[in-house]
Design a protein around this ligand. Structure first.
Ligand code: DC
Length: 224
């Protein structure tokens, strides 16, 4: 049986994970969150006291880590040394260090086979930064999601509000987003880019429902 694979790339705050999760549910596909995989390895590095991009230390830790992902009703669960870490990897500290460790060739090499193998064994929708460009260049559908920096900062502010985090400076949030964009777009390996064959969806003025419908329709065309 031929399984469908959908690649979704885009910058932080483009709505990628929220929307991709909903599209996966709508279609009954596994939602493969590659950012969570980078976060989980980073969590392991930090737990072992590693805070610098030292390729030899990284390789040592990767040799000794037991890393795996599981899918239950399309939802991804990430395990590090048999502990489920999906919640622990969402802290500000892990976010900050993940963009650093995502530059490591050893880290990217470690994850790419896991990610590719997932595509051959189920219908999947995978989101990240390099999915259409590196991981699944032959994906059946490729989508690049984006939104203006202002809108992405506004969404991040709403997230903080929902979490009860107060006194957050909008300009600072905007600067953090720009800094992460720069890191993701300018690293040597697998930078964030839109491949020519990807459909660009600018979500700045769209509702979540509109984006979900647009993406679901793009996938339904190839399912036929
Ligand atoms: O999407 P996210 O915020 O969970 O991603 C966390 C970090 O991992 C972010 O700095 C970009 C990086 N990342 C990456 O380099 N390649 C991917 N395929 C996914 C995420």
């Amino acid at each position: 049986m031929k399984y469908v694979s959908v690649a979704v790339d885009g910058p932080a705050g483009s709505g990628k994970s929220t929307i991709t999760k909903l599209v996966a549910k709508e279609l009954g596909y596994n939602y493969v969150d590659t950012g969570a995989m980078y976060r989980a390895l980073t969590y392991n590095f930090l737990s072992n006291g590693l805070k610098e991009l030292e390729e030899n230390d990284i390789k040592n830790l990767l040799e000794n880590v037991d890393f795996r992902v599981e899918y239950v009703n399309g939802v991804q669960y990430v395990y590090v040394n048999n502990v489920e870490v999906s919640d622990k990897i969402r802290t500000a500290e892990v976010s900050k260090y993940t963009s650093l460790f995502a530059k490591s060739p050893a880290v990217r090499e470690f994850l790419i086979d896991t990610q590719r193998n997932l595509a051959g064994t189920n219908n999947i929708i995978m989101d990240g930064r390099d999915i259409a460009s590196v991981v699944l260049p032959n994906a059946d559908v490729k989508i690049f999601l984006t939104a203006s920096v202002e809108e992405r900062a506004r969404r991040r502010m709403l997230d903080f509000e929902r979490q009860g985090i107060e006194n957050v400076d909008f300009e600072k949030v905007k600067e953090d987003i720009k800094a992460r964009d720069w890191q993701d777009e300018n690293r040597d390996i697998a930078p964030l880019i839109k491949v020519e064959s990807a459909t660009l969806i600018d979500t700045t003025t769209m509702t979540i429902e509109e984006v979900v419908a647009r993406m679901t329709n793009l996938v339904k065309v190839v399912e036929k």
